[in-house]
Design a protein around this ligand. Structure first.
Ligand SMILES: NC(=O)c1ccc[n+]([C@@H]2O[C@H](COP(=O)([O-])OP(=O)(O)OC[C@H]3O[C@@H](n4cnc5c(N)ncnc54)[C@H](OP(=O)(O)O)[C@@H]3O)[C@@H](O)[C@H]2O)c1
Length: 285
């Protein structure tokens, strides 16, 4: 079996459709959507990710500005910067690129609460998180949104299936839990304290792994016909890979995301979609 959930192809299709919608509205309003990307310090990986996001913005007609702040910035000064962006009416979306420098990391929650919920394109503000509790998906984190879009585009049945998520972060596992539950899956969340985790993995109809460990999922661990979504990102000998032994499991699973080329481009695509949402909201459209 083995069929590919092609995130690269679907994201291009979605971006192309979004570009047309942006053109229509920006011609009407005379204003393009604008995203502010806040980068603290100069971590090369963060810089690279933010550049990719900004490049995609430009390609489809979203303006973006980079707010590059010094590594040594204080918590108070960063809050002031975010408040300045909140107050700027020309900016419709704000992202604070993670991870933050060590000194600021413990305050991530405070920063998420400062970004206006109306500009919260990463879906991390408590108001947007709370809305998801009621199954409102207006502004939810981009990775889970991208995963659901992939499953739905390829008509993967979610209802009644046992979905197993290996991750409980605010960015991936927790929002995905609600989104799958909304679609009537039975959902299990696994993490480092899960006892007998291999039993959960073997029982999964849909397996979402976001651990960041190469070869975490191998052929022996999975059930025949499982759908595998590989979110994790690692580097092995300079090459990017996911959590799954892709070649090993390919014949045994029914569907699988390549990695790279699966969840990554879908995540960026939904950042663009979320920015479009906050932009439309700004004009009450
Ligand atoms: N492709 C994309 O667009 C995209 C987007 C976001 C993230 N990612 C990738 O996804 C991975 C997770 O990201 P994150 O931000 O959610 O990281 P995170 O906060 O560190 O979460 C990792 C999760 O994996 C669990 N875990 C780690 N080792 C495990 C093990 N041996 N057994 C069971 N569970 C284990 C952790 O459990 P505990 O909670 O118990 O520690 C935690 O819940 C990373 O590799 C990241 O680069 C990719």
């Amino acid at each position: 079996m083995g069929k590919i959930l092609d995130g690269k192809e679907l994201s291009q299709k979605l971006n192309f459709e979004l570009e047309k919608k942006i053109k229509l509205i920006s011609e009407k309003t005379g204003v393009k959507p604008k995203l502010a990307g806040v980068l603290v310090g100069n971590d090369p990986a963060s810089e690279l990710y933010l550049n990719i996001k900004r490049r995609r913005c430009t390609e489809i007609g979203i303006e973006s500005i980079l707010v590059n702040l010094k590594q040594a910035i204080t918590k108070e000064a960063l809050i002031n910067e975010i408040e300045r962006l909140n107050a700027d009416n020309t900016i419709h979306g704000i992202i604070l690129q993670q991870p933050l420098p060590k000194k600021l990391k413990p305050f991530t929650k405070d920063f998420n609460e400062i970004i206006s919920p109306l500009k919260d394109v990463d879906g991390l503000h408590p108001i947007n998180r709370g809305k998801l509790f009621d199954y409102n998906e207006d502004l939810v984190p981009c990775t889970p949104k991208g995963i659901i879009a992939l499953l739905e585009y390829y008509n993967i049945e979610i209802k009644g299936k046992h979905a197993v998520i290996i991750n409980r972060s605010n960015l991936v596992g927790k929002p995905l839990f609600f989104m799958l539950l909304k679609r009537n899956a039975t959902v299990s969340i696994c993490h480092t304290s899960t006892v007998n985790i291999n039993d959960y993995i073997m029982n999964a109809d849909i397996l979402i792994t976001a651990v960041g460990q190469p070869n975490f999922i191998t052929k022996e661990k999975i059930k025949e016909g499982v759908v595998i979504i590989d979110v994790g990102i690692s580097k092995v000998n300079g090459k990017t890979c996911g959590d799954v032994d892709y070649q090993g499991v390919f014949d045994k699973c029914s569907w699988i995301t390549p990695n790279p080329g699966g969840v990554g481009p879908m995540t960026v695509s939904f950042l663009l979609q979320n920015t479009f949402f906050t932009y439309k909201n700004h004009f009450k459209l």
